[in-house]
Design a binder for this molecule. Sequence first.
Ligand code: BTN
Length: 253
Amino acid sequence: MQRNLAWNIIRVRETGSTNSDLVRLASEGKADEGTVIVAESQTAGRGRQGRVWVSRPGAGLYFSVLLKPDATPAQVATLPLAAGVAVAKALEGLLPGRRFSIKWPNDIVADGKKLCGILCEAGEKEGGRYVVAGVGINVNIDVDALPPELTEIATSLKMLSGREFGTSSVLAAVLKSLEEVYHLWLIGGIPAIVSELESRDYLRGRRVEMRLLGTPVSGTACGIAETGALLLRRDDGAIEEIYSGEAHIGSAG
Ligand code: BTN
């Protein structure tokens, strides 16, 4: 049976970071599953690996969702992949005919440029696990309004389609898709959605460099395992399963 999430959407004009706000509420036991904080702008938007997520008003959609899955830590670690699938599917629904790629673990990429980033932060409160999934989508920003360092590497829904989108309708589409994919993930885990990941795998066949337990490793990405791990073929032919980290695309190989 479909698990219906009762979304409780809290809208704010400006905040530091919707993720920080929701992590605080969750860690204090003050928010239920399905709580969503959406901000028109963030003054301290955060990305993975300590990066800054530039969050100007009118440029993007910035929101965080609280999920409380009844799952083990190992299962919870795969939820970010499900979040990426959910967002990719929602955005494909908004731009019919488009198929987005997912750069493992969950960046949404179009024409080789980043359209959306997701930052998932997990915690525990009174024995129950929670995940705050923070989503930043470039919606109506034009290329000339992007910070110079992003013009070659970022894109937006407007840049891809030539039209503007209401952030509320983008949010509604993502929440609907998240509800569906979360339901599949709760029932079947990553195996239930791995084909959606594989068919959008941006890294497959690319030369990537990453750190494995602090040690640099490089190889050619060769798919996603049933566990959700990134598969990396080392130069000696050995296949490495990577469970966390950031894949940097290296020279073609
Ligand atoms: C990344 O690509 O590194 C992840 C970016 C995640 C940005 C979103 S915007 C809403 C939420 N609040 C934050 O501070 N970060 C996430």
